[in-house]
Design a protein around this ligand. Structure first.
Ligand code: ADP
Length: 534
């Protein structure tokens, strides 16, 4: 080998903040806060506060590799901790406050965190958990009177230490829908590479002109890496704290000139409903990246045709930092014309992105062709895909070094992937698969439906059949008959749900339909009705 002669500079997260400060120091960082006035700062001020926080953490005795947990919303303090904690070689575990108590306790104990930093409206949760937390020595409230006061006396600059790029930086837990949450430990290297790739024009396409309103939680896979992608590009940030309702988002979009936002579909359902109710428009908003679960086509259509806002679907998972694929145009797709392009972009999760190798395989593990028809398990590998879960004794990869995502999909000739289901949500009826995502997507287009959930339940003849659970908008007048009328011309006959139920659809801690709860609740509903008819 002839060794390359370039600088072997490790990829460090602190470099992102240093760059943002030098190149975009005056670019604003705005934040709503719990029971405090909005914070108005910029990258230079964020860097000063991150330096103070870093000195303070070291003063508390934190050593390289130690873990710090946060129970915090989307605020400027949480953002500065994204740099301060890994900046000194420690690991930030972003606990998810929407998990059940026992799961939050499990994640903090499993992380072995020495410090817990929490927003002031999480006091009740922390009081409940405190007796059960085994490693936390110091509790600090993220507010002026506590955290701000504690960091205030420390220097506003720091020489960030050079850290091995493979050192852990963030510990993010999966939401535990299948057992205890599992820890995914991002490294400096994975975070920096992911941040660079996420900002590319074929991905989130961020620039210094963008004003980003992150509506994906900072505790959910580091808000999809947007804090880093945005800082690398010098974008302005507007943090909404814990207020994701339509009115709150709209006031920030209007006041701060937001151009770019993103989050799970539920948030955008609320936002579009708010606009429909008030007759307001989307102002400066140009793009919304939506993912975490399938984006109903009607959502993308409404954003574009009514408000001129582009929707890009994203697919990924905590184990992938989380970027996997993103639906952005290419010349081939654009040449199909607006409608043809929409058919591709709105009905697919996204296209292959550099940095994530992705393949679909059949049950024997054999690679399937990219023909848009063959569907199989989605396997991934790459520098921001996990190798093993935190504290796990063995690798999470198969013998060939690929990670099985648990999703089933097709890929077409243009590299666009279409998820048909998660393996555990697949409905098998009479030996054939029915895509719950497709039925949900079509149902979501029915006027009056706020959320549509489809699960497979036991059936004597067909093994499983789909049922549809509908949460209507408050003022909607929906009946089983109107929904059936909507679905009949749009679904193949045997995909038609056997029953339709009306109730608020339960959501998981990461904004996904809680299908486990629904399957449990309705497990025997078709079997019982047959029994009753007898
Ligand atoms: P959790 O911890 O709830 O599993 P993740 O965000 O890691 O949270 O979940 C990842 C899973 O979410 C993926 O494996 C996939 O099933 C689903 N998902 C994410 N984005 C999409 C999307 N755009 N369309 C359909 N499913 C999606």
């Amino acid at each position: 080998m002839l060794t390359g002669l370039m600088q072997p500079m490790p990829l460090n997260i602190s470099k992102i903040l240093e760059h943002a400060t030098l190149a975009h120091g005056g670019r604003e960082i705005i934040s709503r806060n719990v029971a405090e006035a909005d914070w108005r700062g910029n990258y230079a001020m964020t860097a000063q506060r991150a330096a103070q926080a870093a000195h303070w953490l070291k003063d508390l005795g934190l050593q390289s590799g130690d873990r710090v947990s946060s129970l915090a919303w989307n605020t400027h303090r949480h953002f500065e901790l994204f740099f301060a904690v890994p900046g000194i070689g420690c690991v930030l575990h972003t606990a998810n406050p929407r998990l059940p108590d026992e799961h939050i306790v499990h994640t903090i104990n499993h992380a072995g965190s020495r410090i817990l930093l929490y927003d002031s409206n999480m006091g009740a949760i922390v009081d409940r958990l405190r007796p059960l937390l085994t490693s936390v020595e110091t509790y600090v409230v993220l507010c002026q009177a506590d955290y701000d006061a504690q960091i205030a006396s420390f220097p506003e600059s720091i020489d960030w230490p050079v850290i091995d790029e493979n050192a852990g930086a963030f510990l993010c837990y999966t939401s535990g829908t299948t057992g205890d949450p599992k820890g995914v430990l991002y490294s400096h290297r994975s975070v920096v590479l992911h941040g660079l790739a996420a900002g590319l024009s074929g991905a989130l396409s961020l620039s210094a002109f963008d004003v980003i309103l992150p509506c994906q939680s900072l505790y959910h896979a580091t808000a999809w890496g947007i804090p880093f992608a945005g800082a690398i590009n010098g974008s302005k940030f507007v943090f909404p704290c814990d207020r994701f309702d339509g009115a709150s988002l709209q006031s920030l979009i209007q006041a701060e000139g937001v151009t770019f936002s993103g989050g799970v579909p539920t948030i955008w359902t609320m936002y579009l409903d708010y606009l429909a109710q008030t007759g307001e428009d989307t102002g400066t908003l140009q793009r919304v990246v939506i993912g975490g679960s399938a984006v109903p086509r009607v959502m993308a259509e409404t954003f574009q045709s009514k408000y001129g806002v582009a929707v890009n679907q994203i697919w990924g998972m905590t184990e992938m930092s989380p970027l996997g694929v993103l639906a952005t145009a290419t010349p081939q797709i654009a040449s199909l014309g607006q409608e043809g392009m929409n058919d591709v972009i709105w009905d697919r999760q996204g296209r292959l992105q550099f940095g994530v190798e992705l393949k679909i395989v059949d049950e024997a593990g054999k690679r399937l062709p990219h023909d848009g028809q063959s569907s199989g398990s989605v396997l991934v590998r790459g520098p921001w895909v996990l190798e093993r879960y935190y504290r796990a004794a063995s690798s999470a990869l198969n013998e060939d070094g690929w990670f099985d995502t648990g999703d089933i999909a097709t890929i077409d000739v243009n590299g666009f992937m279409r998820i048909t289901d998660r393996k555990k949500d697949v409905i098998k009826s009479g030996g054939e698969w029915i895509s719950s995502i497709d039925i949900e997507n079509i149902s979501a287009g029915c006027p009056g439906i706020k959320v549509a959930a489809v699960v497979g339940v036991r059936h004597r003849q067909w093994e499983e059949r789909p049922i549809l659970i509908v949460e209507p908008f408050d003022d909607a007048k929906l009946t089983e008959a109107t929904i059936t009328e909507w679905l009949t011309p749009r679904l193949v006959k045997w995909w038609m749900p056997d029953r339709i139920f009306f109730e608020p659809v339960p959501m998981s801690a990461t904004g996904k339909i809680d299908k486990k709860a629904l399957r449990h609740k309705y497990a025997d509903v078709l079997v019982q009705s047959v029994d009753q008819q007898r």
